[in-house]
Design a protein around this ligand. Structure first.
Ligand SMILES: *Cc1c(COP(=O)(O)O)cnc(C)c1O
Length: 457
């Protein structure tokens, strides 16, 4: 804040009423209400009084009040534009929902719904009924259910089916899945006994076979979703494990992590394990996230044998990790996109993955053209988009992005993060880079305005 000459005394601090008469704050009152504005004025004035610095001028105080009201009234979490080029950005909320999923959420959130009500009979229904047939249709499994997230899906599955018994897992799959959550910890929490088999880099079916005892309940396979093992490695396939488990009457539980319902190889990426393939190969149960490559809301999806899904639903823990109505609605709408074969255009994650180089280049060029006058150094560069979010580790898609050079790219990045609509980019080779792939084209005008505003300062 700048201090105006002659206003340095405490007595120079303007009062609430005087500030409320200021044109900009009258506008704030109209927009956010008198109560919110007065509250913000009091907070700002308290800060001014407590500060040892010179009393700022009225204009600075007014600007601080406007900022404070906006901050107080802003939605939490805030809507953010993701220019980072990481499609499934866990810190930015992973998958954006499709228009149909958003409409479905809006519809159930704005009133009552038949969440657990059978409209036919007028009696109590089941929240599972909304998802079951859709999960069966997309996965080819006998049955399916969904809970709060995939970590909960794994915990619940192990608790319901393996409590007090042994679960075999390859040493190469005792992984940390992010945010400090580790597979061994989930196993411990579930009450199952973890039995490590094989070695870090190589585990054969024979290793599992040797470890089977009368106390064994299942073999758990965990997909290495956020790292890649290369070199001298070996892993048993689900088909091999299923054959072994049939012989010994054990379960094969496959934690796919992201779990793709469509083939990522179509887009020049390596093949992320597909849910349908795992079901076909004989997995008893397959679990995966709703908000990774499925492109829906946060959820943990479990598909597989009907009897096992039934036992999972009966477990007391199921209630503690159940999905809320908005997530049920969003997940159902998302799954329908796969059933109607419209996923590549409807589901934002797949729209981003399948965006063509030409379309990305032309959008980046469009942004550049509108910024050139203010920032002649701005350019379009060829760089990479990451899929991220615990899928396809190390895999990238070629993209074209806007690069804004300058003395202080970090400062510019910060101004953009703190704008009314935050825009998050990344710093690459000393420039601020904004990747159009992870931004909805409908937001292109907003992106340009935000950049113009931040560059002008
Ligand atoms: C991401 C991931 C999980 C956790 O899924 P959430 O939906 O984030 O709880 C579990 N297992 C694997 C292999 C994962 O990649």
């Amino acid at each position: 804040m700048t201090a105006s000459a002659g206003r340095t005394g405490r007595a120079a601090i303007p009062g609430v009423d005087r500030l409320l008469g200021h044109a900009r704050l009258r506008q704030t009152v109209q927009e956010f209400g008198r109560g919110a504005t007065v509250e913000a004025i009091r907070a700002v004035l308290a800060g001014v009084r407590a500060s040892a610095e010179e009393v700022p001028g009225a204009e600075s105080i007014v600007a601080a009040v406007v900022k404070q009201v906006r901050r107080d009234r802003a939605a939490r979490p805030r809507h953010v534009l993701n220019g980072t080029g990481v499609i499934l950005h866990t810190n930015l909320g992973r998958a954006p929902l499709s228009d149909a999923a958003i409409a479905a959420v809006q519809s159930v959130a704005s009133g009552y719904s038949d969440l657990e009500f059978d409209l036919e009979t007028g009696e109590r229904g089941s929240r599972h009924a909304h998802l079951e047939d859709l999960l069966v249709a997309v996965s080819g499994a006998e049955a399916g259910t969904a809970v709060n997230n995939n970590a909960a899906a794994l915990l619940l599955t192990l608790r319901a089916l393996c409590d007090g018994r042994q679960v075999l897992i390859s040493r190469g799959q005792l992984v940390e899945i992010g945010g400090g959550v580790r597979v061994p910890d989930i196993l411990n929490q579930s009450g199952a006994d973890l039995v490590e088999v094989g070695t870090t880099n190589r585990t054969y079916v024979a290793d599992y076979a040797r470890a089977i005892t009368p106390a064994t309940a299942a073999i758990l396979r965990v997909h290495s979703s956020n790292f890649r093992m290369v070199g001298f490695t070996a892993e048993a396939t689900i088909a091999d494990l299923a054959a072994l488990c049939r012989k010994h009457d054990l379960l094969v539980i496959d934690d796919l992590g992201s779990g793709a319902l469509v083939d990522t190889a179509t887009f020049g990426l390596t093949r992320e394990p597909m849910v349908q393939a795992s079901v076909d190969a004989g997995a008893s149960l397959v679990c995966f996230s709703g908000d990774k490559l499925v492109g829906g809301p946060q959820a943990g999806i479990i598909v597989g044998r009907r009897d096992l899904i039934g036992r999972i639903r009966q477990d007391p823990l199921a209630r503690a990790v159940r999905l809320d109505k908005t997530s049920v609605a969003a997940l159902a709408a998302t799954l329908r996109h796969y059933i109607h074969d419209e996923w590549s255009t409807a589901v934002p994650v797949w729209r981003m993955i399948s965006a063509t180089r030409d379309s990305l280049r032309s959008r980046a060029e469009g942004w550049r053209a509108r910024l050139l006058e203010l920032c002649p150094g701005v350019s379009v560069i060829e760089t990479d988009t990451a899929v991220g979010g615990g899928s396809l580790p190390g895999e990238t898609l070629p993209t074209f992005a806007l690069a804004i050079p300058g003395d202080d790219p970090e400062g510019l990045a910060r101004r953009l993060r703190l704008a009314d609509t935050p825009l998050v980019g990344r710093i690459e080779r000393g420039a601020l880079v904004i990747d159009p792939r992870t931004i909805d084209p409908r937001s292109d005008d907003v992106v340009v305005s935000l950049l113009l505003e931040s560059l002008a300062r």
